[in-house]
Design a protein around this ligand. Structure first.
Ligand code: AMP
Length: 287
């Protein structure tokens, strides 16, 4: 694996890879890598000739400065895991490489309602930050394929929208969520949970399964409330337990039995905010 810290060096190297008619797969991350991230690397290796992974903790997407301060950093372990996974290139930029003109942006990405609902509502400015970093990274890496995790469902929709806004001709591949054996979605933030909390946190997946198994035609308000109540009884502070349209995330109140659904939860366990989602079995994420 080759490691680049400078954009200019990476770009030169990628030009050579492109000349060799190698398609480029890109896996952007914020580090503290786990099996979920590595599954994206694996997928990229299967689909493309050169796999680039970036590790960059993007300050502009953190609406809560405490969350940024506490974000786990495990760089040595990340490099070891990437090397072992067969990743070809690690891009490890500092902030000036990603934001050469600073982070006082005037550009606003028109994300429509996606920006105001669910994660957008509870994390104001978050998706503008995601677009800023992805715009910069996509311009630098210029990948043929981008690999993202369904774990961050709304982020996947936002990045798809960004792709159309900035006219990037990149194929977006959405990969399934990797879970611990108790169902807990793998996440870098899980490093901030102790063993007892990790067990407790698996309640999120159980509540998603409960909504999936009990959703039926008609009013779904009581089902969402039941999931919210269960989470609260298990010690969570709940931002949302939502049933939404899988394509645009608009809230579903009365289900007609046909509309494609996604079930989403965001909740705090102590001061750690966790998110997860589930698509009913017959529905696959359309990339
Ligand atoms: P992050 O480092 O949290 O910004 O995540 C980098 C990429 O890994 C994003 O596309 C995430 O959706 C994806 N990812 C995070 N957790 C998982 C998981 N448990 N399974 C699959 N992909 C994941």
């Amino acid at each position: 694996m080759v490691l680049f810290k400078k954009t200019t060096d990476l770009v030169k190297h990628l030009h050579r890879a492109n000349d060799a008619k190698n398609s480029i797969g890109f896996v952007p991350t914020m580090g503290a890598l786990h099996q979920g991230h590595l599954s994206l690397i694996q997928k990229s290796k299967e689909e493309t000739g050169t796999t680039v992974c970036s590790v960059f903790i993007n300050p502009t997407q953190f609406n809560n400065p405490e969350d940024l301060k506490k974000y786990p950093v495990t760089l040595e372990q990340d490099i070891y895991l990437l090397e072992k996974s067969g990743c070809d290139i690690l891009f490890l930029p500092d902030i000036k490489e990603i934001y050469p003109d600073g982070t006082d942006f005037t550009k606003h990405y028109e994300l429509g309602n996606l920006e105001n609902i669910l994660e957008g509502k509870y994390r104001p400015g978050h998706f503008q930050g995601v677009c800023q970093v992805m715009n910069s990274l996509l311009k630098i890496v210029s990948p043929d394929h981008l690999f993202l995790g369904q774990k961050d469902y709304q982020q996947c929709l936002v990045i798809k929208k960004l792709g159309t806004l900035i006219k990037e001709r990149v194929v977006i591949n959405i990969c399934p969520t990797m879970r611990e054996s108790n169902g807990l979605a793998m996440s870098s933030r899980n490093l901030r949970l102790n063993d007892k909390e990790k067990m407790q946190a698996s309640e999120i997946f159980k509540c998603l399964c409960f909504m999936r198994d009990n959703v039926s035609k008609g009013d779904v308000t009581d089902l969402k409330q039941a999931a919210t109540d269960t989470l609260k009884q298990n010690g969570f502070v709940v931002d949302y337990a939502e049933i939404a349209n899988a394509e645009n995330l608009s809230t579903v109140i009365t289900w007609d039995g046909e509309e494609k659904l996604v079930l989403l939860i965001a909740a705090y366990l102590n001061d750690v905010r966790l998110i997860d989602n589930l698509l009913p079995a017959s529905q696959n994420f359309k990339s």
